[in-house]
Write a protein that binds this ligand. Structure first.
Ligand code: RET
Length: 272
């Protein structure tokens, strides 16, 4: 029993709030998956992998959230007016393992719209992915201690934060260096993407720290709320912005379907 979720009884309202948050996450990711599949045809082949990576992230996260929702409802039963833990235990650890796949996808899609290519794409992606994996593995170990040893939670959390800072530093440096290569006004959008990342990604360490400052049933709701906001911002909204940038740059590069969908060329009803 490694996570504080297992320590408390929940009122119907508290229990359902968590079930609803998790299920909303599932809906957002699978809904967005359909959107990414449909619009990928408007993205030039050069950038299409960025949108394909969003599809992978949507499926991977949608499935993990669906299993989190089932695990939540399977782990507790309504007994004597409250929801109480039964034979199973709930775990947030699945999320961390899932990030081993989704974070590399999110980082690589950024590098693609930043117009990185060849060796530079490969070496930047490698260093970012290694930093991300370092962050996730140390964070995974840390969250195993949230019930038993607060100082270990802090120690591993601090180690994870070092990797987090390195990763953000590389991301910031690459955006600054590549901004001038970005076409169709997307050098402005990419700054919004950067700030969205800084905001959304920081919600995860706050969720990690919930046992340290709100060790009760409401803290559990707060944590799942933070995870849900972070997930929808860092994957769905982020993916939409990345695909928008990809379509804008595709249009400037002369890709007809991108120009058509942006309304830059096409059938003019008035002229006809
Ligand atoms: C941990 C441990 C505590 C310290 C830090 C963390 C950072 C987590 C982050 C997660 C991002 C996840 C994303 C998932 C997408 O699917 C591991 C919670 C700094 C930044 C973007």
């Amino acid at each position: 029993m490694n996570n504080i979720e297992n320590l408390f009884n929940y009122t119907v309202g508290q229990f359902e709030a968590i079930d609803h948050l998790l299920t909303m996450g599932v809906g957002a990711h699978f809904g967005a998956l359909v959107f990414f599949l449909v619009v990928s045809q408007f993205v030039a082949p050069k950038y299409r992998i960025a949108t394909a990576l969003s599809c992978i992230v949507m499926i991977s996260s949608g499935l993990i959230l669906s299993s989190q929702a089932s695990l939540w409802t399977d782990s507790f039963a309504y007994v004597d007016g409250v929801y109480r833990l039964q034979d199973l235990t709930f775990s947030n650890g699945f999320r961390y393992v899932n990030w081993m796949v989704t974070i590399p996808c999110l980082l690589v899609q950024l590098l693609i719209v930043l117009n990185l290519k060849g060796k530079e794409l490969f070496t930047t992606a490698t260093s970012l992915i290694l930093a991300a994996w370092g962050m996730i593995i140390t964070g995974y170990i840390g969250q195993l201690y949230e019930v038993s040893d607060m100082s270990m939670l802090m120690y591993w959390g601090a180690a994870s934060t070092v990797f987090f800072i390195i990763m953000n530093f590389i991301v910031g440096k690459k955006i600054a260096a590549q901004k001038s290569t970005m076409t169709g006004g997307t050098h402005e959008t990419i700054m919004k993407v950067f700030w969205l990342m800084m905001f959304a990604w920081t919600l995860y360490p706050i969720a990690y720290l919930v046992p340290a400052f709100m060790n009760n049933a409401d803290g559990v709701i707060l944590r799942q709320l933070l995870f849900t906001i972070a997930d929808i911002s860092s994957k769905v909204i982020y993916g939409l912005m990345i695909t928008y940038i990809a379509i804008q740059q595709s249009a400037v590069a002369g890709y007809l379907p991108a120009q058509q969908v942006l309304g830059k060329i096409g059938f003019d009803v008035k002229a006809a």
